[in-house]
Design a protein around this ligand. Structure first.
Ligand code: SF4
Length: 445
C-alpha cells in the first residue's frame, strides 16, 4: 500500500527512506547533530502525519492537552499553543463516541485556522466503536491493551489456565482487528501503551504486576498486529516509578530484538508530578534510556500546563546531543580566580545570542583553565586579566577587549564570521537599542 503525503514524500507503509532534508524540516530548526553521539537502537520508521518516529529520525517531542475534548475551541487553542512551543505530535483524550466526533471538528478547525497538526487519540475502556470513529480524524490511536478488552474481574480467581489465557488472547485479537485493519488501510499508526498499574487480570495472575507482565502484554499485542500485517506501531511501557519503567523498556528492547521486532519506543514516566522533582524524575527515566540508545519519541508528563513540558523535553534531548534546538552554553562554576561577575555575563551573553540554535558558546572565568575546558565550544568569552576578556573562536584567541565591551565584541565577532542572525524583534528597528544594551549605551566598543 502506498500513501502519498506530498510531492517530495512517498510513504510505502513504513518502508520508504527519509527525504534528504527531513532532519532540517521537521521543526524548521537546525536540529540534527549526531556527531559523536549515542548509537541508537535500530527501529523502523513510523509516520504520524508528516512526523516520523524512529528509523533514525530525530527524537520526536510530544505532549497531551488537558482540555475536555468536547470543548472544541479550547482544544484547538491548546493544541496550537503546544505546537507553537515545539510539540510535534499532540494527544487528546477520547472517552466516548461524542468525544470521537468532536475530534473531527477539532481537526477541521485546526486546518482552517492554523495547520494540520498530527494528532493522537487516547482511547479508553472497551473502546472499539470510539476508536473506529476517531481513527478517521487522527493520525495515530493509542490503546492500552490492559483496558481495551473488557475483562470482568473475578475476586475468587486464583489462577488462569493456559486455555483461558489463550481464549482471552483470541478475544483481544478479535476486538482489535477492526481498528488494526482501518489504521493499516489508512496508513495511520497505533501506540501500544502499556502502563504499570493497568495490566489485564490474566497478565497480573500469570506474570505479576512486574516489568515482565508489562512486556508480555505488549508482545502479545504486537504479535496480533503482525498477524494482521500491521506494522505502524509505537510501543510504550510507562510507570510512575523510574526503576520499574527502566526495567520494562530494557526488557522489552531485549525481547523485541530476540523476536525480530523493530518498532520505535515512546518514552515517558507517567504521573511524574510537578516542579523540580517531576522534572528530575522524567529526566532520569527518559534520559537514562535515551543515553542507552533506547527511545524515539518522548513525553514529559507534568502536573502543570503542558506547554511547560516542551522545554524539559528539549533540554533532555539537547543535553544528550540528540537534538540542537537551543544555543549550547558552556560556563564554569566560577572560583577565586574568576575575573568578572560570571552570572551577569552569562545572562547577557544568553540574552544576546539565544535566538541562534545550533551554536555553542562558552563563558569561562579565567584563562588558567577556561580555554582548555571549553574545548568543544564554537566561541568563547574568557577572563584575561582584571578588566579585560579574551574572545575565542574555537581554541584560537581572536582578540582581547575591555570587559565592558565584551558582549558587544562577541556579537561583532559572530557578525564578522557570518554566523550572526538578527533576533526576530530586530526587524522593528530595535537593532541599535539591542546592541547598546551591551556597550554601556554609547554604541562604541
Ligand atoms: Fe575558576 Fe577559571 Fe575554572 Fe572558572 S575556569 S572555575 S575561574 S579556574
Amino acid at each position: 500500500m502506498t500513501v502519498h503525503r506530498d510531492q517530495d514524500r512517498v510513504v510505502t507503509n513504513n518502508t520508504k527512506s527519509l527525504p534528504k532534508d527531513y532532519f532540517k524540516d521537521q521543526v524548521g530548526w537546525n536540529n540534527w547533530d549526531m556527531e559523536g553521539s549515542i548509537p541508537r537502537r535500530k527501529t523502523r520508521p513510523v509516520w504520524v502525519g508528516d512526523v516520523c518516529i524512529g528509523g533514525g529520525s530525530p527524537v520526536v517531542v510530544q505532549s497531551m492537552i488537558n482540555e475536555d475534548t468536547l470543548q472544541i475551541d479550547r482544544c484547538v487553542t491548546a493544541i496550537r499553543n503546544l505546537h507553537e512551543a515545539g510539540c510535534e505530535i499532540v494527544r487528546l483524550t477520547v472517552p466516548s463516541l461524542a468525544h470521537a466526533y468532536a475530534v473531527g471538528f477539532i481537526k477541521q478547525k485546526l486546518k482552517e485556522t492554523y495547520q494540520d497538526v498530527p494528532l493522537v487519540a487516547d482511547v479508553h475502556h472497551n473502546g472499539l466503536k470510539i476508536a473506529l470513529e476517531v481513527a478517521k480524524h487522527v493520525e495515530k490511536v493509542r490503546i492500552n491493551p490492559g483496558l481495551y478488552v473488557f475483562e470482568k474481574r473475578d475476586p475468587n480467581r486464583t489462577e488462569y489456565t493456559k486455555k483461558e489465557f489463550q481464549s482471552m488472547k483470541d478475544k483481544l485479537k478479535e476486538t482489535l482487528k477492526p481498528l488494526i485493519v482501518t489504521l493499516r488501510d489508512q496508513g495511520k499508526a497505533m501506540r501500544i501503551g502499556v502502563n504499570h498499574g493497568s495490566l489485564s487480570e490474566r497478565m497480573l495472575f500469570t506474570f505479576g504486576d512486574t516489568p515482565q507482565g508489562m512486556v508480555e502484554s505488549a508482545l502479545e499485542c504486537i504479535r496480533v498486529c503482525e498477524e494482521l500485517d500491521f506494522h505502524n506501531l509505537v510501543i510504550s511501557m510507562k510507570a510512575s516509578k523510574v526503576p520499574v519503567m527502566l526495567a520494562a523498556y530494557r526488557l522489552l528492547a531485549k525481547r523485541m530484538d530476540e523476536e525480530g521486532f523493530h518498532y520505535p519506543f515512546h518514552l515517558g514516566v507517567t504521573e511524574a508530578g510537578d516542579g523540580e522533582y517531576g522534572r528530575i524524575k522524567s529526566t532520569l527515566g527518559i534520559g537514562t534510556l535515551l543515553a542507552e540508545g533506547i527511545g524515539d519519541t518522548i513525553r514529559v508528563s507534568l502536573t502543570e500546563d503542558p506547554v511547560k513540558e516542551i522545554s524539559v523535553c528539549y533540554g533532555i534531548l539537547q543535553g544528550l546531543g540528540l537534538r540542537r534546538t537551543m544555543v549550547e552554553y558552556v560556563a564554569c562554576p566560577s572560583c577565586g580566580r574568576t575575573l568578572f561577575h560570571i552570572e551577569d555575563v552569562l545572562h547577557q551573553v544568553r540574552e544576546a545570542t539565544k535566538h541562534m540554535p545550533g551554536l555553542s558558546i562558552a563563558v569561562m572565568g579565567c584563562i588558567v583553565n577556561g580555554p582548555g575546558e571549553m574545548a568543544d565550544a564554537d566561541y568563547g568569552y574568557v577572563g584575561k586579566t582584571r578588566g579585560y576578556i579574551s574572545l575565542y573562536r574555537g581554541k584560537e584567541e581572536i582578540r582581547v577587549v575591555k570587559e565592558e565591551y565584551g558582549v558587544k565584541e562577541l556579537i561583532n565577532l559572530l557578525k564578522q564570521d557570518g554566523v550572526w542572525k538578527d533576533p526576530p524583534y530586530e526587524a522593528n528597528g530595535a537593532n541599535e537599542q539591542h546592541a547598546d544594551m551591551f556597550s554601556g549605551g554609547n554604541g562604541k566598543p
